[in-house]
Design a protein around this ligand. Structure first.
Ligand code: 5GP
Ligand code: ZN
Length: 115
């Protein structure tokens, strides 16, 4: 756990969040400032700053995050109409929280712009 990392604290249960899924590797919860009717985050329990710091040994986590996203999209009722998965990396990628995370955004028609 990284000191002063909000997502480490949520994963450890020391900061509250609406947890939707958790296992030994990952935790998912609702974004505190949703950009759409459904806006979830999936984070690894392990503190990894961003994709630049993903090691070979930890790379399975990203596939697992996508699989959990698929399941959460189904349970949130957004699978059929569609949704967006976003992983911001670094300052120019718009990453504010320096702990690897995947956004699941849906529940409305998203525009085509990516940046
Ligand atoms: P980023 O811009 O780093 O990709 O996105 C970080 C996301 O984390 C933002 O959408 C922001 O609203 C969300 N976030 C930041 N702090 C908290 C928090 O304490 N709790 C929850 N649930 N989400 C947070
Ligand atoms: Zn962290």
């Amino acid at each position: 756990m990284a000191v002063d990392c909000i997502f480490c604290k949520i994963a450890a249960g020391s900061v509250p969040a609406e947890i939707l899924y958790q296992d030994e590797d990952l935790v998912s919860f609702r974004d505190i400032n949703p950009q759409a009717p459904v806006h979830l985050l999936i984070v690894p329990r392990k503190h990894i700053t961003n994709l630049n710091d993903l090691s070979e040994d930890d790379s399975y986590l990203v596939g697992k995050m996508a699989k959990v996203a698929q399941q959460l999209a189904l349970s949130e009722g957004i699978s059929e109409l569609g949704y967006r998965l976003v992983v911001n990396c670094g300052d120019w990628g718009g990453q504010l929280v320096k702990h690897l995370h995947m956004h699941i955004i849906g529940g409305r028609k998203l525009d085509g712009r990516l940046g």
